[in-house]
Ligand binder design. Structure first.
Ligand SMILES: [Zn+2]
Ligand SMILES: [Zn+2]
Length: 331
């Protein structure tokens, strides 16, 4: 029912693409990250909470329609619905029911609790197209509370030493999850780089509770940030913008921090392993829970995951994407 085309995954029976990288007449979007939501299509359909994020990315003149989670609509000869994926605000698995049974496209997902988005909901299906960003046995996440306690402890230590703490994190999802989680353990305000502000605003407008934030740009030049915590996108690293922060300790928050080689390559003082993707055990649990007779892996370590599943007797294959390198811009 879903086939690979030059523009991305296509459903002929429904007349739409899912997360296409090419420009298409109708794009169904699992979530607002750059490797899933590309500009240029004529019309977009997503889950309700994803729409304001897409509008920020694409501009308000782009036609974006949205659906509440769980509500089906008819597209061609299919029934389509969006179901929570637990990845970022508005992230959805897309369920397509049609002549070839029920297919579910997971988009990116995680099973760990996240105060910034609706929790993942298992959706029974015949064919499950699963992401595989961290589909290797080395990827196993610690409890979020422990990671946050570690981060806050690092911040406290830096404050005692008169250093500014800066954490690099991605703009959609990770920044807000950090703000929400840190906001549970302290009410101290957190400084944020200007590039993070628009998406933080969208999350606040959606009612997500987060630590109070202050825009760094609003502080007069020359004021000290010693003892403060600053969030910034990875692109700010090594730019002249950093100079105003004074003496600092830097960290990166990402599932990629599980890998020593990546930590070394990023060369930050600290790496906090906090991911918005399912780890290896969660991927396998989710695949079993889907009840799917056929599993197709995509976005990441698709080949190793499919091979592992075949060894377990599962009918498994891969779906190729324009992004064959791990991580993408969202992790
Ligand atoms: Zn994503
Ligand atoms: Zn992705």
């Amino acid at each position: 029912m879903l086939t690979e085309t030059a523009e991305g995954l296509y459903c002929e029976a429904g007349g739409f693409h899912i997360d296409p990288w090419g420009a298409v007449p109708r794009a169904l979007i699992t979530h607002a990250h750059g490797d899933h939501a590309r500009a240029g299509s004529a019309a977009y359909l997503c889950a309700d909470a994803s729409a304001p994020l897409l509008a920020r990315r694409f501009g308000s003149d782009v036609p974006i329609e949205s659906q509440p989670y769980g509500q089906a609509l008819t597209l061609g000869r299919t029934r389509v619905s969006f179901h929570p994926a637990g990845h970022v605000l508005g992230s959805a698995q897309i369920r397509v029911e049609g002549p070839d049974g029920v297919w579910v496209v997971s988009g990116d997902y995680k099973r760990a609790a996240d105060p910034t988005c609706a929790p993942f909901e298992p959706v029974p299906c015949d064919v499950f197209i699963t992401e595989s960003t961290f589909a290797l046995p080395i990827y196993r996440w610690d409890e979020t509370a422990a990671v946050i306690a570690d981060l806050v402890g690092w911040w406290d230590g830096n404050r005692e030493r008169g250093l500014t703490s800066i954490v690099f994190c991605y703009t959609i999802g990770k920044a807000q999850r950090l703000l929400a989680e840190i906001g549970r353990v302290t009410d101290r305000p957190i400084w944020v780089h200007g590039a993070l502000l628009p998406m933080i605003e969208v999350y606040r407008a959606a009612g997500v509770a987060m630590a109070p934030t202050q825009a760094l740009i609003e502080r007069p030049r020359g004021t000290s940030f010693a003892g403060e915590l600053v969030l910034a996108p990875p692109s700010a690293r090594g730019t002249p913008w950093m100079r105003r922060l004074g003496d600092l300790s830097d960290a990166f928050a990402s599932g990629l921090m599980r890998v020593r080689g990546v930590r070394r390559q990023r060369a930050c003082d600290r790496g906090f392993v906090l991911s918005d993707h399912a780890d290896w055990p969660a991927l396998l649990d989710t695949i079993v829970a889907s009840g799917a007779g056929r599993v197709l892996a995509t976005h990441g370590h698709a080949e190793p995951l499919a091979r592992f599943l075949r060894e377990q007797g599962v009918d498994a294959g891969v779906i190729h994407t324009a992004w064959e390198d791990e991580g993408g811009d969202d992790e």
